[in-house]
Each structure stands twice: as structure tokens, then as C-alpha cells.
Design a protein around this ligand. Sequence first.
Ligand SMILES: Cc1cc2nc3c(=O)[nH]c(=O)nc-3n(C[C@H](O)[C@H](O)[C@H](O)COP(=O)(O)OP(=O)(O)OC[C@H]3O[C@@H](n4cnc5c(N)ncnc54)[C@H](O)[C@@H]3O)c2cc1C
Length: 312
Amino acid sequence: MINKLNFQRNVLLSRYTSFRIGGPAKYFFVAESSSQLRKAIEFAHKNNLKFFILGGGSNLLVSDKGFDGLVIKIEISGIIFKNRIVQVFSGEKLSNVINYLAKNNLSGLEWAVGIPGTIGGAIYGNVGAFSHSISELVKDVKVIDLGSRRELIYKNRDCRFIYRGSIFKKDRNLIIISANLKFKKAKKDYVKRLMQKYLSQKRKNQPLEFYSAGCIFKNFFIDNDFKKVKGIKEVERFKKCGSIPSAYLIEKCGLKGAKVGGAMISKKHSNFIINLGNAKAKDVIALINLIKKEIMKKFNIKLEEEIEYLGF
Ligand SMILES: Cc1cc2nc3c(=O)[nH]c(=O)nc-3n(C[C@H](O)[C@H](O)[C@H](O)COP(=O)(O)OP(=O)(O)OC[C@H]3O[C@@H](n4cnc5c(N)ncnc54)[C@H](O)[C@@H]3O)c2cc1C
């Protein structure tokens, strides 16, 4: 079974994460079709192995010990376009989709330019930027439900999208195979200009020249808990937008540029931790714990991670 499906052993996960951090996976498998994906999962079940679905590895911190199970990297690719609805398979890179849209005079995803990762990962975490999120574009999502072992279609409302979340984050039995996304017609030049505008803002504000996993923490949403928050002068401004950026909180704690081992809180965007070249997961964890502790102390706010952990 192992040879038939071409499983690899002891594969360093640092090669497959945008942080370039992480120890080995006991087994590693690249699924190029939904039938290969099913077989790999069957193998894991039969052998009592834990498994993890990997997209582009751009929202992930993998432990230095690695993962004592099977990592299934989704490379199910393809983009099919019919009447403003584009079916995209989950292993397709977000950047390929954006370029495809520009070529085909379709608009709606320009804001996502510069965001790494796959469509599967983007839908799972409801990727977003510049006040947009992918949930605006999703018509429906095809999944394999490991509970019933059937392929199911989740309409947009069934996906229960929220800020950086969806049903797929809550129910790990649902593996995303493809999605139908809907777009507006627009001139190629307009789409390209918009992409350029977003990309230059992203380059200006984010340390894209370093390895990272994007924003470490979600922004803090103003809800009932807000009454307990202390020490924020610009309360009214944040109340208007409904949330407080984590980068603001981290900066106000004076943590920009703080370093542990090879990891550093970016000076350009304080919600990014960057790998200066030889960072370990334990260095990143030490910085995450420092940020959480200082923000709790200064503002009485409990920050929640946007990134996912594997192997801890
Ligand atoms: C430089 C940089 C900039 C970034 N900018 C942004 C930004 O502006 N906005 C933003 O929202 N994010 C941003 N990110 C974070 C990241 O790129 C996104 O969260 C991305 O959508 C993750 O996709 P991925 O394929 O890499 O997922 P991975 O990191 O591989 O996985 C993330 C989670 O998704 C799950 N998953 C992946 N594929 C599937 C599937 N097919 N079915 C079920 N579950 C699946 C995994 O199991 C895992 O739990 C940035 C990251 C970097 C490095």
C-alpha cells in the first residue's frame, strides 16, 4: 500500500511552509486527485495514523519535532470557467487564480494579490484583506465528508463564514475539493491596475522579503468583552471600525523588533513574526507567548492566533 501510493518518509516540513520552519513528517503524500486523497486517508485510518491536510503551508507553524503522522499535501489543480462562475480546485494557488482572472477579464479577487497559499486554505480560513474576504465570492464548495464518506456541496451560507473562519475550521471531517467562485466582468487593464494598487500597498506595509506565516494574531473584535479592556486612548476610532488591529496593540507594547533566537517581531508590521534565517518553532512560540502576556497585562485583551499549529 505504501509503495503503491508513493508515500515518502521523514520529509522535512520546513520545505513546505512559508515560515521555512518545522521538523519531519513521519509520512508525506502528495494528492493530485480526490481519489488519491481518499486512498491516503484510508491508509491513515487503517494504520491508526493521525493525518493533516496541507495546502501551501502559509498559515502554519510546524513544531521542531515535526509530525508523527501522515501529511497529505493537496495538489488537486485546475480552473474551469463558465459564465462568470469559475470552478477552482483546492490545490490551485491563489496567485494562479488571480492571474487567470486578469487574463479572462474577470474582477473580484484583486485584493488577494500577494497572499500565498491555495484555494483550499483560503476558503478554510476565509482569507481576507483590504476589507474584503473570499466569502464574498464563494457560490458553493465541494467537500469530501469523512464522516459519511460522500462528496457534498456546501452552499455559501452552509460554509458559515466568519472573520478568518468557516465551518471547515470547526469540522475537520470536511476536506475541500473545489469551489465555484463568482466574478464580475471587467476590462483586463482595470483588473491589472487594481492588482498593482493592492500589491504596492502590501509591499509597503508587510515584510514580504522575509519568511513568515503572515499575521500571527486575529484582530480583536469589539464585543461585550470590550468593557474589560483598559489603556486604549483611541477607543472611539476603533469602536467605529468594530475591531482593534493586533499590530496596533503589539506596537503599543513596544514589542516591534523583539527577537528570540532567529525569530523577530517585524519592525515593518508588528503582527508578523519573521524568520531571520535560522529560526526554530520554539523561538516563534517564545515571541507569541511574550506578545500574549504583554497584551493581557497592558490592555486586558486575550489575543487569538490566526495561524494554525501542527505537531505541538
Ligand atoms: C507573506 C504572507 C502574507 C499573507 N497575507 C494574508 C492576508 O493578507 N490575508 C489573509 O487572510 N491571510 C494572509 N496570509 C496567510 C495565508 O496565506 C492564508 O491564510 C492562506 O489562505 C493559507 O492557505 P494555505 O493553502 O497556505 O493553507 P495552509 O497553511 O497549508 O493550511 C492552513 C489550514 O487550512 C487547512 N486546509 C488547507 N487546505 C485544505 C483543504 N483543501 N481542505 C480542508 N482544509 C484545508 C489546513 O489543514 C490548515 O489547517 C499571509 C501569509 C503570508 C506568508
